[in-house]
Ligand binder design. Sequence first.
Ligand SMILES: [Zn+2]
Length: 396
Amino acid sequence: MTSTLITNIGELVTCDPAHGDGSPLGVVHDAALVIEGARIAWVGAAAEAPAADTRIDAAGRAVVPGFVDSHTHLVFGGERSAEFAARMAGARYDGGGIAATVAATRAATDEELRSSAAARLREMRASGTTTVEAKSGYGLDVATEERLLRLSRELTPETTFLGAHVVPPEYARDRSAYVELVCGPMLDACAPHARWVDVFCDQGAFDHEETRAVLRAGVAAGLAPRLHGNQLGFGPGAQIAAEFGAASVDHCTHLSHDDVAALREAGVVATLLPAAEFSTRSPYADARRLLDVGVTVALATDCNPGSAYVTSMPFVIALAVREMRMTPGEALWAATAGGAAALRRTDVGSLAQDCSADLALLDAPGYVHLAYRPASPLVACTWVAGELVHDTGALA
Ligand SMILES: [Zn+2]
C-alpha cells in the first residue's frame, strides 16, 4: 500500500475534538497528515510526521475534511431556468414545477441521465465534496424510479428512495392509489438499490398519514428513514422524523417549539438547505435557535433543477454564515461532520485516524476564507478515499 505525506499544512481542520483545543473543529496549525491507501493513517504536528512514500508540500495552505452533501436530487433530466426567471420576476414557488422535471426525466435515456449527473458530480468534487447522497423522486413510476436509483448507485452508496416526492399528474384524482403504488411495487423495485426511504412531508405534498405509511413500508423493506419536512409551512414532518428515529429531517424552515424539542430529544439531525431559500427567495431557517439548544445541524445543497440548482458546498457555507448567522466554524462542521451524522456515517466528515482519506486542500491560509471569499474557487485539490479526483495544478 502506498503512503502519502501532506505536510506544511498551515491550518488543518480535523473535526476530531481529540486534536487542537478540544473544540469540535479540532484545528491543528503547522500540521501534517499521512494517507495510506484509502485511509487516514496519521494526523498531527508537521514536526512529528512520519516518513511516507511520497510527500506533498501544502505550502502553508489549509486542509479541511471533504464536504458531505447529505441531501441532493443528483439524477434528473432537463432544467428549469425559465421557472427560476419567472420566480425572480415575482411568481411564487409552490413545488408545482416538479412535474416538468418528471416529464423530462422519464423522456431521458440512461446515458443522458448518467452523463448529466456525472457532470454535476464533477462540479461537486471541484468544490470539495467527497460524499454525496442522491435521491430518486423525478420518475414517479415504477420503471423510472428504479432506473434513477440504479443510476445513482453507480455514483454513490448513499441512495434514497423518494417515490413520495409529489403525486404525479396521472394519479391526481386518486392519491391513495399512488401511495399504495409507492408502498408496494415501486418500493419492491427500488429497495435493492436504496439505503434510505424519504418522503416530502409538507403543505401540498404528503400529509402525516401518507408519510407514516410510506416510512413504515420502507422500514419494513430494510431502508432507513429520513424526511423532507417543514419547508413550505408548519407541519408534522419534524415530529414524524422523531417518532421514526429518522437520521435527519431536511429543510426545517418552519419549526414549532415542540418540533425543536422533539428533534433534540430523539437525536434527529436538522439538515438546513439555505440554497433552496436563496433560489426561491424565501425566509431562511433559524439555525441559531437549533444550535443554541443542542440540535445537531447539517448543511447540504439540495441540488435539484427547481428550487436549488447548486452544487457548491462552499456557497452553502457562505449562505449559512451570512444569512443564518452561523459562525464559519459551525458552518464548516455542519457541512462535514454534520452531514456525516445526517447519513449515520462515522468514516467520513472528519480527518481522524482510520477515516476515509476524503479531504480538500484550499487555496487559502484558513477555513474562514470559505465564507469570507464566496464564489471564489478556493478548492485546489480534492481526494476521495485517498485518490486525487480534482486538481487545479496546485501540486505542480
Ligand atoms: Zn430536496
